[in-house]
Design a protein around this ligand. Sequence first.
Ligand SMILES: [Zn+2]
Length: 320
Amino acid sequence: MMSGHSRLRAVGMLTGAMVLTATACGSTTTATAPVDKPEVLAAFYPLQWVTEQVGGPDITVQSLTAAGVEPHDLELGAQQVADLEDATLTVYIKGVQPAVDEAVAADRSFDAATAVTTIPAGEHAEEEHAEEEHAAEEHAAEEEAGHEHEVSYDPHIWLDPSRFATVATKLGERLATADPAHAQGYKDRAAKTAASLTTLDQEFTKGLTACSTKTMITAHEAFGYLADRYQLKQVGITLDPETEPSPARIAEVAKLAKAEKVTTVFTEALVSPKVAEVLAAEAGAKTAVLDPLESKPSGDYLSAMRDNLQTLRTSLGCTP
Ligand SMILES: [Zn+2]
């Protein structure tokens, strides 16, 4: 984990140097470039989806994170840094991808986390950080370098459809400012997107009202907003996808799972199910895949969230 962060920092400094190169090249080419549709970069899948919905035919959208890639550890290539330099707007969430946080231009970016009320990073996260404080200087150096939990809030805001509806609305306003000629189109599509997310939110509220347990045990703590919005209790086995939990942590969560009548431990497509399987076996539970939508699902955001709702209803024993 620590070497991972050092590695990210090294790449961050490297991209810093590349930005300068890209600026030098960009200034000579953009002067003669024809005026085209705004090019918008989306940091990873859910942001790509909402940007496509709101931007419609008035923009081109490219995702910085390729399909099937875990976004937290994204490293930017030279081409992507150049793209960031040229893009009309970059849509991202500060705290998810350190490389993107460092490379975005402040005046041509939209940090979706600023559009909503955030919740603090998970309790378990705080515990782990507290333990790490004892690891002294090495950890202090790591803190200084900055890593994916450098923000105090939970960055997984897209997993609450009601907050994501607000993101759609604010993104519409931001695109309208960036491209005033098409302002009405952005605002209309933003309203339509927000409405479909509000419908989804209502389905979640209704579907998760009467359940035999409200405790969801997840592979990593991605579902804090879903838990916050629908009064569920999330217990993450690990803080992030890279961390291996200790046997003591597994035993602790297994005990809690039994006490709270948990029948299912949730795993993710991009994370090895091994830890969740060990835990499920210890707690006498089974496993099911819950998609944190950090990468493109087989359908789209809405269909994958409806699949998640169905999985949750079955696993938590919700009626009717
Ligand atoms: Zn995550």
